[in-house]
Design a protein around this ligand. Structure first.
Ligand code: BT5
Length: 253
C-alpha cells in the first residue's frame, strides 16, 4: 500500500510490457481508480507509437479512471498529470517545467537551451500518454500513463533525456508516487485548478513556438493555455487556438 490520500488501489509489477496496456486491460474489465506501477517496462510507448525507454529504477505509472466527462475534456487530465509530476519533481529538488502539452523538462542554461538533442528547449524528465475509450458525449474509461526518469543513470536514457538521479540525486519512489498521485487527485478535472497551476509551471508561455498540428504548422508566440488544454498562439495572422500537436520552442532572436 502507498498510504495514499487518494481513492486509489495500487497494482505493482517488477516488470511489465507497458503499464498503459495493463491499465487498458483493467479498464476493459470495469476497473476504476487503479494505479498500475512497474519497476521496468519492456514494451512501453510514447505518443504516436513512439518508443519509450523504461529501465529499472523509473516511475512507470498508469492511472485508470472513469470520469463523467465528454472526450473533449480529456486533455485536462493530461495537463493535470503534467502539473502533478512537475510539482513532485520540484519537491525532489529538480527545477522541472512543462512544455505544452505534457512534456516535463529541465531547462538547459543560456544559449544551449535549444541545442539539446531533442530540440525541445530542455532535457526531458517525464512524459505522459493518455489513452481513452468513449462515446461522443461520455468517456467510458481513461488511462493516464506517466513515465518519470527517477533513479536512472542518464547514460541509459535516449540523448536529450535527464533523470531525477542526474539532477538532484535519488528519490524514495514510493513517496514520489504518493505525492504525484495525491496532487493529481487534488486537481483531477477541475479546470479552474488545473489551468492556473499549469500556467505557473509552463516553459512554453511567452516563448516563440512552432506547433505541428493535424491541420498544419502554427508558428508564433504562445500566449495562453485555455480550457480544455488548448494552446493559444499569437501568429502573423492573429490568434490561433491549437488543440493537439507537437510543440517546439524556438529561439526568440
Ligand atoms: C511521451 O511520448 O512523452 C509519453 C511517454 C509516456 C510513457 C509512460 S510510462 C508509463 C506508461 N506506459 C507506457 O507504455 N507509456 C506510459 P512522446 O511525447 O511521444 O515522446 C517520446 C519520445 O521521447 C521518444 O521518441 C524519444 O525521443 C523520447 N524518449 C523515449 N524514452 C524516453 C525517456 N525515458 N526519457 C526521455 N525521453 C524519452
Amino acid at each position: 500500500s502507498l498510504g495514499l490520500d487518494a481513492p486509489v488501489t495500487v497494482e505493482y509489477h517488477d516488470e511489465l510490457g507497458s503499464t498503459n496496456d495493463r491499465g487498458r486491460e483493467l479498464a476493459a474489465e470495469g476497473a476504476a481508480d487503479v494505479a498500475v506501477l512497474a519497476d521496468e517496462q519492456v514494451g512501453s510507448r510514447g505518443r504516436l507509437n513512439r518508443e519509450w525507454t523504461a529501465p529499472s529504477g523509473g516511475v512507470w505509472l498508469s492511472l485508470v479512471l472513469r470520469p463523467e466527462r465528454p472526450p473533449a475534456h480529456v486533455p485536462l487530465f493530461t495537463l493535470a498529470a503534467a502539473v502533478a509530476t512537475t510539482k513532485a519533481a520540484r519537491e525532489a529538488g529538480v527545477p522541472a517545467e512543462i512544455k505544452w502539452p505534457n512534456d516535463v523538462l529541465v531547462p538547459v542554461d543560456g544559449d544551449e537551451s535549444n541545442d539539446d538533442t531533442l530540440g525541445r528547449g530542455g532535457r526531458k524528465l517525464a512524459g505522459i500518454l493518455t489513452e481513452m475509450e468513449g462515446e461522443a458525449d461520455r468517456v467510458s474509461w481513461l488511462v493516464v500513463g506517466i513515465g518519470v526518469n527517477a533513479n536512472i543513470d542518464a547514460e541509459t536514457l535516449p540523448a536529450g533525456a535527464t533523470s531525477i538521479r542526474e539532477e538532484a540525486g535519488d528519490v524514495e519512489r514510493r513517496l514520489f508516487v504518493q505525492r504525484l498521485v495525491e496532487e493529481f487527485y487534488a486537481l483531477r478535472d477541475d479546470s479552474e485548478a488545473v489551468l492556473p497551476a499549469w500556467r505557473e509551471y509552463s516553459a512554453t508561455l511567452g516563448r516563440r513556438v512552432r506547433v505541428e498540428t493535424p491541420g498544419g504548422v502554427v508558428e508564433g508566440e504562445a500566449v495562453d493555455v485555455v480550457h480544455p488544454g488548448a494552446l493559444v498562439v499569437d501568429t502573423d495572422e492573429g490568434e490561433v487556438t491549437v488543440h493537439a500537436g507537437d510543440c517546439e520552442h524556438l529561439r526568440s532572436a
